[in-house]
Write a protein that binds this ligand. Sequence first.
Ligand SMILES: C[S@@+](CC[C@H](N)C(=O)[O-])C[C@H]1O[C@@H](n2cnc3c(N)ncnc32)[C@H](O)[C@@H]1O
Length: 213
Amino acid sequence: MEQEFWQARWRENRIGFHEPAPNTLLTKHFSRLGLEAGQSVFVPLCGKALDLDWLLKQGLRVTGAEFNQGAVEQVFARQGLEPEIENQGDLLRYQAGALTLFAGDFFALTAAQAGPVDAVYDRAALVAVKPGDRTAYAAHLNRTTSTARQLLIGFDYDQSLMEGPPFSVPGGLVQTLYQGTHAITLAEERPADGRIGERCNALEQAWLLSPLA
Ligand SMILES: C[S@@+](CC[C@H](N)C(=O)[O-])C[C@H]1O[C@@H](n2cnc3c(N)ncnc32)[C@H](O)[C@@H]1O
């Protein structure tokens, strides 16, 4: 089961995807989404990424969804925030200040729970989704965020060299998933760091998605 796969990764501390600092494609390109302080950003499959802290520091309201409750709690702890915790169906909603994180399955989140969303930041989220679930993921993300603009960071590599996750998300796939709803621009691509870079010559790519008028 998908959830158990990820919970085991967290339990066994096999979280090589967690970066020790905010992602530099985020810090470099996020301003191109044109958000102002006070606006809101949704971070699907957010883990305990330091990207969340960086987004908060920009004065944004930040909402995320993550299977692992411990990861969610760590984000509040390192922010020095004492969250209110509410049971909302299959999800646990943690909220304090400008930060709201849902512990549970992103696919169970509704647009009403997500609240107004001005932009989406997807880093290592789409690439974490099983290939067979990607169409449903993109549709659910659009549904819960009213097809918001997006900064999408993923990997492109030869899938025969490594089993995912992370799964390869080549540009053609980004087009297939989002060309019906967004104009798509490649902001930057660079050799990926770490195992995926060494083993597969993967490229890390940042895509900007603007809703079609
Ligand atoms: C590759 S990690 C990326 C985490 C984070 N975005 C980052 O950059 O560090 C994918 C995360 O998504 C979570 N996840 C996978 N499927 C999920 C789902 N359906 N709902 C909520 N979280 C999910 C996993 O627990 C894992 O923490």
